[in-house]
Design a protein around this ligand. Structure first.
Ligand SMILES: C[C@H](O)[C@H](O)[C@H]1CNc2nc(N)[nH]c(=O)c2N1
Ligand SMILES: N[C@@H](Cc1ccccc1)C(=O)O
Ligand SMILES: [Fe+2]
Length: 296
């Protein structure tokens, strides 16, 4: 059940206030979800699954099936956790929304993935300024069944805790790594480029744009290149980075980052849309429709 406090905080967030940074773990109020909320899940689930056939990485859809996710109803965290714990030792915890960075890293480091307990309103179907239940459950959770990706996510969290302690100025570099892999990553397959990033798979427009538009750059993943590349949070990406495999991601990030952080502190960041010499270019984007500035 929603407590009064949850109702107030949720209404504040819902009114467009700055997301309420609450670190509390919240029991999923599954019995409180309305028919409209289950219908929102169903509409988004059906639409994205139709778009993602032939666009999302094969294991993404396979894993949703393994979880038994369907359009029938908003999945129960407790049911998903039975499958997840057994497969890779991860578990989902309910949260109000965006967490302070260190809290977020600590959860990942302990194989706990924070999932927003509420789902967007029907009028927010096509765009939402912060992660809701659909983005987290439909977008992030399926790949946590993949052992290598699950290890990468745990190592990422541990790396965030470490960076916060020894190189807080490098947290921006880590956030870019998350952004260009976990949120907006593409993977190269025998059938061509496929999507694995949660931010893309949970977005109607970007599921198509990321693979088929002539506008963005598509560049082969390189750790330092990614960690130096700025991004915008409010538009489609100007550049997508392509990994060859999740193993590549795991191997590239296995070494101790301490010397890398020292190097990054001396180097300029790259604008989101610029191709760099040495890039492995899958596509040099036309830049059509890009907005200037706003990169972080
Ligand atoms: C990695 C980086 O700090 C990123 O912006 C974090 C911050 N807090 C978060 N909090 C939640 N609940 N979910 C997220 O994906 C994030 N992302
Ligand atoms: N290897 C990194 C930690 C890390 C792992 C995976 C992804 C990102 C960072 C370090 O030593 O700090
Ligand atoms: Fe996300």
């Amino acid at each position: 059940m929603q407590t009064a406090a949850q109702k107030v905080e949720h209404q504040l967030t819902d009114k467009g206030y700055v997301p309420v940074y609450t670190t509390r773990v919240i029991e999923q109020p599954w019995d409180s979800y309305s028919a409209v909320e289950h219908q929102t899940w169903a509409t988004l689930f059906r639409r994205q699954r139709e778009l993602l056939a032939g666009r999302a990485a094969r294991e993404f859809v396979e894993n949703q099936e393994r979880f038994g996710m369907s359009a029938d109803a908003i999945p129960k965290f407790s049911e998903l956790n039975k499958v997840l714990r057994k497969a890779t030792g991860w578990e989902l915890i309910g949260v109000e929304g965006l967490l302070p960075e260190l809290t977020f890293f600590e959860h990942l480091a302990n194989r706990r993935f924070p999932v927003t307990w509420w789902i967007r309103k029907p009028e927010q179907l096509d765009y939402l300024s912060e992660p809701d239940l659909f983005h987290d459950l439909f977008g992030h959770v399926p790949l946590l069944l993949n052992p290598v990706f699950a290890d990468y996510m745990q190592a990422y969290g541990a790396g965030g805790v470490k960076a916060a302690a020894i190189a807080p100025e490098a947290l921006v570099n880590l956030t870019r790594l998350y952004w260009y892999t976990v949120e907006f990553g593409l993977i190269n397959t025998a059938e061509g480029l496929r999507i694995y990033g949660a931010g893309i798979v949970s977005s109607k427009g970007e599921s198509i744009y990321s693979l088929e538009s002539a506008a963005p750059n598509r560049i082969g993943f390189d750790l330092e290149r990614v960690m130096r590349t700025r991004y915008r949070i409010d538009t489609y990406q100007k550049t997508y980075f392509v990994i060859d495999s999740y193993e590549q991601l795991m191997e590239a990030t296995r070494p101790d980052f301490t010397p890398l952080y020292a190097r990054l502190a001396q180097q300029e960041s790259f604008p989101a849309g610029e191709v760099q010499s040495g890039d492995r270019v899958f596509q040099r984007g036309s830049g059509e429709g890009w907005l200037d500035g706003g990169d972080v």
